[in-house]
Design a protein around this ligand. Structure first.
Ligand code: PEP
Length: 252
């Protein structure tokens, strides 16, 4: 019932011309399919080259890695949702743990970004996840509930339909130490229960919850076969067209 979604987060990797070369190789490997949605999230500077290389009829969609909550104005160095929309973005990653930890994004900031994305018609991918210390001290559920409470605060049922959650345990991101499918499945179920509690069962049933954290071509299938996991947010392994194509194949 939920179409799997595979998102490649390039982080601060690839120039505009490297983005063009990636798309050229990637399009040879990935068959267009209605069974899985694919999003590439390059750096802002490569959005235009990736968009034009994909071509107007591609099923592969464009996403951004961040946005500012204001529409325009004196915010040097920032990018607004409407600017991203104008570049062809459909999705935007919000509250990635690297933004939270390296750039001090707080739950309040993430909330404003989710609202700004929705207001301009972008689909936010709200990232949540606990640190290793938080997991080891039994705080996983509390931390994720706080992140969800802030990020989803006051959203209507209609808004919620366009939101995707990405569960990304901080200790699994870029470490090569993925969560087990049991660990991920447990958190995914508690995220769905959180949504069912505050909104309706139907909203929870349709919401896509992705797993992210050291997903590779080798382990993707074990995550994607789990009924609680609706796709993947992929960092390192999405930079290579071949590995990313294999992850997408695992979702098909
Ligand atoms: C990410 O950046 O969202 C991520 C999950 O990275 P990696 O796949 O490299 O762990």
């Amino acid at each position: 019932m939920r179409t799997p979604l595979i998102v490649g987060n390039w982080k601060m990797n690839k120039t505009a011309s490297e983005g063009r070369a990636f798309v050229r190789d990637f399009q040879q490997l990935v068959e267009p399919s209605t069974d899985v949605e694919v999003v590439l999230a390059p750096p802002f500077t490569a959005l235009e080259s990736v968009r034009s290389s994909l071509g107007a009829t591609s099923r592969i969609m464009l996403g951004a890695q961040n946005l500012h909550w204001e529409q325009q104005g004196a915010f040097t160095g920032e990018i607004s949702g409407s600017m991203l929309l104008d570049l062809g973005c459909r999705y935007v990653i919000v509250g990635h743990s690297e933004r939270r930890t390296l750039f001090w994004e707080r739950n309040e900031d993430v909330q404003k970004k989710v609202r700004a994305a929705l207001a301009c018609g972008l689909r936010p991918i709200l990232c949540v996840g606990e640190s290793l210390t938080e997991r080891e001290t039994g705080q996983t559920e509390r931390i994720i509930d706080e992140q969800l409470s802030a990020g989803l605060d006051q959203l209507t049922d209609a808004n919620l339909k366009t939101v995707t959650i990405a569960y990304e345990p901080v200790w699994a991101i870029g470490t090569g130490r993925a969560a087990t499918t049991v660990q991920a499945g447990d958190v995914h179920r508690s995220i769905r229960a959180f949504v069912a509690n505050r909104w309706k069962d139907a909203a929870a049933a349709t919401m896509r919850i992705l797993y992210g954290g050291s997903v590779t071509a080798q382990n993707a299938a074990s995550f994607l076969e789990s009924p609680d996991i609706d796709g993947a947010l992929v960092g390192g392994a999405c930079l290579n067209p071949d590995s990313f194509a294999k992850i997408i194949a695992a979702a098909n």
